[in-house]
Design a protein around this ligand. Structure first.
Ligand SMILES: [Ca+2]
Length: 103
């Protein structure tokens, strides 16, 4: 009897695992699409900064020079040398930042 429960729990975990990951990927894709204002599949620095400014404005906060520099730094690091951010790059950058998330 115990074994049956264990098997059922294991099966539930196996099913729930990828489903949760998929949900996260979906949310990231939705967020990316929102930032990608001209919907060309990549986020430029201008698009990213506009998004940041808008999200601070939404919270009633001002985007200070410090916040702007921080956002620009994050973008430069995440986007890499080509200066445009893809969904894969954004996902990777968020994953990397999960353990040391700031603001
Ligand atoms: Ca774009």
């Amino acid at each position: 009897m115990k074994k049956t429960i264990l098997i059922a729990l294991t099966a539930a975990a196996v099913v729930a695992g990828p489903a949760l990951a998929g949900d996260k990927a979906e949310k990231m894709a939705a967020k990316f699409a929102k930032i990608d204002a001209n919907a060309d599949g990549s986020v430029s620095e201008a698009e990213f900064m506009a998004h940041k400014r808008a999200s601070y404005a939404e919270k009633g906060e001002e985007m200070t020079a410090e916040k702007e520099a921080k956002a620009a730094g994050w973008f430069a690091k995440a986007a890499g040398e080509d200066g445009s951010l893809t969904l894969a790059e954004m996902t990777a950058a968020y994953k990397a930042g999960d353990s040391r998330r700031e603001s």
